[in-house]
Design a protein around this ligand. Structure first.
Ligand code: ADE
Length: 220
């Protein structure tokens, strides 16, 4: 069984449609099953993502997972609708620096949570086959929608991050704790600057459609 996770209703419904996941299951968030697949609509933010991933992993024991969604670009060379294959993700709003920790470093000493390398390679193949523009990179995750260019530049400098979103590092941290293979894939909707909310709304639908195409290619 392959599990797919997405935060937003638009993203999750595109995944459900693309994967034929129509059977509703009992869960504290929208969860649907299709043939060999689960689609979880986690809700927005780190807590919601962590809850959903932990629930699905313990209750349904999938063999692999994909967390898909949209992101704001921190790297100005990333364009709207580009696909970012996250090699790793960091929680940019974790700050234990008064205790001598690096920015983003958790109390247990890990800052960056990795995507599974084999799943990352599979995602790369799928993106190539679909002709989607993509590249690998680093994601910064936090419980805030970033809409300030100055802060976007600060995050990029501080963490070497290429994109920002609100769930990835939390989901990957849970997967890492369970020793479960997961990969984080994001399509760019905005530049995390002053126009981010408008761009997000403008590109969300097409980004979600691309995520659906990608999800289907990943299980075909
Ligand atoms: N997801 C998409 N765009 C984002 C942004 N600018 N900040 C946080 N999450 C996002």
């Amino acid at each position: 069984m392959t599990a797919f996770f997405a935060a937003e209703p638009e993203e999750a419904s595109a995944l459900r449609e693309a994967l034929g996941a129509g059977e509703a299951l009992e869960a504290p968030f929208p969860l649907h099953r299709g043939e060999g697949v689960l689609v979880a609509e986690t809700g927005v933010g780190k807590v919601a993502a962590a809850l959903a991933v932990a629930h699905v992993l313990t209750r349904f024991r999938p063999s692999e997972s994909f967390f898909l969604g949209v992101a704001g670009a921190l790297d100005p060379s990333l364009r709207a609708l580009d696909l970012l294959l996250a090699e790793k993700a960091v929680q940019w709003d974790v700050d234990l620096t008064p205790f001598g920790r690096k920015p983003g470093e958790t109390a247990f000493g890990v800052a960056f949570f990795p995507s599974d390398p084999a799943l990352l390679a599979r995602a790369e193949k799928a993106a190539l086959a679909l002709g989607l523009p993509f590249r690998r990179g680093v994601v910064a995750t936090g419980d805030r929608f970033l809409a300030q260019r100055e802060e976007a530049e600060r995050l990029r400098a501080l963490h070497g991050a290429d994109a920002v979103e609100m769930e990835g590092a939390a989901a990957l941290m849970v997967a890492w704790r369970f020793r479960h293979p997961m990969v984080l894939l994001r399509v760019v909707t905005d530049g995390a600057g002053e126009g981010a909310a408008l761009d997000f709304q403008a590109f969300l639908r097409e980004a979600a459609r691309r995520l659906g195409l990608l999800a289907r290619a990943l299980v075909e």
